[in-house]
Design a protein around this ligand. Structure first.
Ligand SMILES: Cc1cc2nc3c(=O)[nH]c(=O)nc-3n(C[C@H](O)[C@H](O)[C@H](O)COP(=O)(O)OP(=O)(O)OC[C@H]3O[C@@H](n4cnc5c(N)ncnc54)[C@H](O)[C@@H]3O)c2cc1C
Length: 544
C-alpha cells in the first residue's frame, strides 16, 4: 500500500502557519495538499518584528520571491545589528547611553556582518591580544566590524543600485508579512484556507491525529498535522501531551507591554538596527519601520507589574500612558521536549519561545521547515526521521537559549532586584562550558567555519548561528573579556604581526562605506515608493 503523506493540515494562521504552508507547498514540489485553519481575527497580529539575515536565503529564495517584493509587501526596513544600551550601568530606563565609569558610552552593537580572520584565527582574538597588551582602547565592535560607523550614520546596507554592502536582517510589520504570505499561498500555490476555530480533534487507534473539527462543524482530515497555534500549542501539548521544558529558572522575563509610537524619518532618518535598552526589570526594544517603531518592554512579572512597566515604557518614548494604545502579552520561555510526536509537528512558538532579545523566532521557523523537509517521511513515520528532526530543532533552540542567557550573565548590573537575581540563576551546562572556554582565551565554535557556513554560501547548519563573532560582540560589549588572550598566539608572532593590517583595512572600509552608501531612509523611501515631501502616516513624534 502506498501510504505516502499527501495532505498536510496546519493549525494557526500566524507567521509560522503561513510560512509553513507556503514553504511546504513549494519545497515538496506540489506533492502534498496544504490546508490552513486560522481564526479570522487574531489579537496577536499587531506588532513589528526583527528578523535575522537567514530569512531571504533560507525562506524567500526557496519560494522564488525577491527581497524587494516581500519587503514592499511587508513594510520591511533594514536591520544590520542589535544595539545594546545601558547594560553595564545602573539607573532608570533611558534611550541615551550613559557614561561608563572608565569613560566611553554604555552602548555597543552586535552586528550581523562578517568578522574577518587571519591564519585561521578570528580577528576578535587578535583584538583581545592587543587589548591585553595595552595596544588598543578602541571598543571591540568599532575595531573589528565594518558596520558600526554605518549604523551611527544611519546608512543603508545596500547601494542605490541594490547591491548589498554587508549582511543584514529586516524589521517587518507582522500583520502585513502574514497577510502577504496568506495571499501568496491561497492565490498562487493552491493552499486552502479555512477560517475557523479548532473545537476538538479525532485520533486513530494508535493515537495519531486524524481529523480537526472546527466550532462551525467543519472536519479537516490529513496525514500530517503542523501545530502553529502559538504558545498554547493546541495539538502538540494539549492533545499529544508533550511536556513543556520551562526555562523560568534560567530566563526571568515573562511579560511584555508593547506600543507603536510614530517616528518622523524625514526629520530624523531611520536607524538601520534595532535597540535593546536595559530597564529596571528587563529590557526595552525599539524596532524602527517607516513612519513608526515597535516599542516593547519585556519584563519579569516577579519584579514589576503591568502598570509600572507601561508607565516606564511610555516615559522612555515621551508618551502619555493614559492615551497610548499599549498591548500586553504573557509568555513562558521554554520548549516542548520534542517538536515532532507521531504525526504532529510543532513549528513556531508552539514548539518553543524565547524572549526576543535576539530576533530568533522567524529564524526558528525557517530552520525547522528546512529540517522538516529534510526529514520528510516517504511512507511511514520512521522514528529515525522524527528523532533526527527533534534533535536538530532542540539543538538550535538550546544554542539560542545559551546565547540569550549569556547577555544576562554577562551584564554586570546589580542596581535592581531583577539584575541582582541573575547572580543566582541556573546556567546550562553548555553555556558554562562556553564561558569557561571563552575565559581561557579560546574562540567559541569553529574559528573558521561559523560565519562562512552561515553567510558564505554553504548550507546553513542548525545550531551554528551564534558564532564566535556573535558571542565576542556581546561579551566584549558587556565588558567581559577573556582572562588571557588566545594562548597559542604567544607562539605565533608572525600571525599577530600579519593581523595588524586587517585592523587598518577595516578602518578604510568603514570610511569608504560611510561615504558611498546612501542614507537608509532615502533608500527605503525609494524602495517603498514614499514621496519626497512626506508621508501621510508620518507626524512629528516624541521619542525619535
Ligand atoms: C513583545 C514581543 C516581541 C517580539 N518580537 C520579536 C521579534 O522582534 N522577532 C522575532 O523573531 N520574534 C519576536 N517575538 C516572538 C514572535 O512574535 C513570535 O514567536 C512569533 O511571531 C509567533 O508566531 P506563531 O505563528 O508561532 O504564533 P502566533 O502568532 O501566536 O500565531 C498562532 C495562531 O494560531 C491561532 N490559533 C490558536 N489556537 C487556535 C485554535 N484553537 N483554532 C484556530 N486557530 C488557533 C491563533 O489565532 C494565531 O493566529 C516577539 C514576541 C513578543 C511577545
Amino acid at each position: 500500500m502506498d501510504a505516502r503523506i499527501t495532505s498536510v493540515v496546519v493549525l494557526g494562521g500566524g507567521p509560522a502557519g503561513w510560512m509553513t504552508a507556503t514553504y511546504l507547498r513549494k519545497a515538496l514540489q506540489g506533492t502534498v495538499s496544504v490546508t490552513v485553519l486560522e481564526e479570522p481575527e487574531t489579537a496577536g497580529d499587531a506588532g513589528i518584528e526583527a528578523a535575522l539575515p537567514t530569512l531571504q536565503r533560507s525562506f524567500f529564495s526557496t519560494l522564488g520571491i525577491s527581497e524587494d517584493d516581500w519587503m514592499r509587501e511587508s513594510g520591511a526596513t533594514f536591520g544590520m545589528a542589535v544595539r545594546f544600551v545601558n547594560w553595564r550601568t545602573g539607573g532608570a530606563g533611558e534611550p541615551v547611553a550613559r557614561e561608563l565609569p572608565q569613560g566611553g558610552a554604555d552602548a555597543f552593537y552586535h552586528p550581523y556582518g562578517l568578522l574577518p580572520e587571519h591564519d585561521q584565527i578570528p580577528l576578535s582574538h587578535y583584538w583581545y591580544n592587543r587589548r591585553h597588551h595595552g595596544g588598543t582602547a578602541e571598543p571591540f565592535d568599532y575595531a573589528c566590524f565594518r558596520e558600526p560607523p554605518l549604523l551611527d550614520a544611519r546608512r543603508s546596507p545596500r547601494w542605490m543600485d541594490g547591491r548589498p554592502a554587508t549582511r543584514y536582517g529586516w524589521h517587518i510589520d507582522r500583520a502585513r508579512f502574514t497577510d502577504f504570505l496568506r495571499r501568496h499561498a491561497t492565490t498562487r500555490q493552491g493552499v486552502r484556507r479555512v477560517p475557523g476555530t479548532l473545537a476538538r480533534v479525532e485520533l486513530d487507534g494508535n493515537g495519531y491525529l486524524e481529523t480537526l473539527h472546527t466550532t462551525a462543524g467543519e472536519a479537516l482530515s490529513g496525514d500530517l498535522f503542523i501545530d502553529c497555534s502559538g504558545p498554547r500549542a493546541r495539538l502538540l501539548r494539549q492533545v499529544m501531551a508533550e511536556p513543556y521544558l520551562d526555562l523560568g529558572d534560567q530566563l526571568l522575563c515573562d511579560r511584555a507591554v508593547t506600543v507603536r509610537p510614530p517616528h518622523d524619518g524625514y526629520a530624523h532618518g531611520i536607524e538601520p538596527y534595532s535597540t535593546v535598552i536595559a530597564m529596571p526589570a528587563g529590557w526595552a526594544g525599539k524596532i524602527p519601520v517607516l513612519g513608526e517603531f515597535g516599542a516593547s518592554y519585556v519584563y519579569a512579572s516577579a519584579y514589576a507589574d503591568a502598570g509600572t512597566a507601561t508607565d516606564q515604557l511610555c516615559r522612555l518614548w515621551g508618551l502619555d500612558p493614559d492615551r497610548a494604545e499599549v498591548g500586553e502579552t504573557a509568555f513562558r520561555a521554554g520548549r516542548t521536549r520534542r517538536s515532532w510526536v507521531r504525526n504532529c509537528v510543532g513549528i513556531g512558538s508552539s514548539a518553543g519561545l524565547l524572549e526576543p532579545l535576539e530576533p530568533t523566532a522567524l529564524h526558528f521557523v525557517t530552520s525547522a521547515l528546512q529540517q522538516l523537509v529534510r526529514h520528510f517521511p516517504a511512507d511511514a513515520f520512521n522514528p529515525v526521521l522524527l528523532d533526527g528532526f527533534n534533535r536538530e530543532v532542540a539543538t538550535e533552540f538550546d544554542e539560542a537559549r545559551d546565547f540569550v542567557q549569556a547577555h544576562f550573565s554577562g551584564a554586570q548590573r546589580t542596581d535592581t532586584r531583577f539584575w541582582r537575581a541573575h547572580r543566582d540563576l541556573t546556567v546550562s551546562d553548555s553555556l558554562r562550558a562556553k564561558t569557561v572556554a571563552y575565559r581561557a582565551g579560546l574562540p567559541l565554535g569553529s574559528p573558521l567555519a561559523d560565519e562562512r557556513l552561515y553567510y558564505g554560501g554553504g548550507t546553513p547548519e542548525p545550531g551554528r548561528f551564534w558564532s564566535n563573532a556573535s558571542y565576542c560582540a556581546v561579551l566584549a560589549g558587556l565588558g567581559v573579556e577573556p582572562d588571557t588572550p588566545l594562548p597559542s598566539l604567544a607562539h605565533r608572532p608572525e600571525s599577530v604581526r600579519g593581523a595588524e593590517p586587517l585592523f587598518e583595512r577595516i578602518k578604510r572600509q568603514q570610511q569608504n562605506l560611510v561615504e558611498t552608501l546612501p542614507d537608509a531612509h532615502d533608500y527605503l523611501r525609494h524602495l517603498h515608493g514614499w514621496s519626497v515631501a512626506g508621508h501621510p502616516h508620518t507626524s512629528a513624534r516624541p521619542g525619535s
